[in-house]
Design a protein around this ligand. Structure first.
Ligand SMILES: [Zn+2]
Ligand SMILES: [Zn+2]
Length: 154
């Protein structure tokens, strides 16, 4: 029976930690933190996300932009009139995505989380643009486009 106490304890601690999240770039020159809560947890397969972080797809955590704290010198790369990616000019790590289409949110790339293990996605979006060899078998719901219209909360 004692074995059950540990998972329960870990769950309680995990829930408590979910309220605050933080991350950093590869070299540590840029660090961010946020008190929570999260607005979205999604994996995006769109061409822009893929190119923006040069990976097969992106996993992003949506947070309220006004509560985000950033330490260190960072730069913005604006790739469309309304959208940009924040990155560390020292090591090049792409840390977040921001768009006027979602003016109240910033999407942090979860690979840079202090503890990536606290992140659990809940959907795949823009599957219509995914790389052909990707066939998710993780059980998360998939959408051809965005699951929620820009500006709306999930
Ligand atoms: Zn850096
Ligand atoms: Zn995307």
């Amino acid at each position: 029976m004692g074995g059950r106490l540990f998972p329960l304890g870990a769950l309680v601690i995990g829930v408590a930690l979910m309220s605050e999240v933080s991350g950093r770039c590869s070299c540590g020159a840029v660090r961010w933190s946020h008190p929570g809560p999260k607005t979205r947890n999604l994996m995006c397969h769109c061409d822009e996300c893929r190119r923006g972080i040069a990976s097969a797809f992106s996993a992003g955590m949506g947070l309220s932009v006004n509560d985000l704290s950033i330490e260190g010198k960072w730069q913005d790369y604006r790739y469309t009139p309304e959208s940009s990616r924040g990155f560390c000019p020292e090591c090049g790590t792409r840390l977040w995505f921001k768009s006027d289409l979602w003016p109240d949110e910033v999407f942090m790339n979860v690979g840079a989380l202090g503890d990536p293990g606290i992140y659990v996605p809940d959907r795949h979006v823009v599957m219509g643009e995914k790389i052909p060899w990707i066939h998710p078998a993780d059980g998360f719901e998939g959408f051809d486009g965005f699951s929620v219209a820009p500006g709306e909360q999930p």
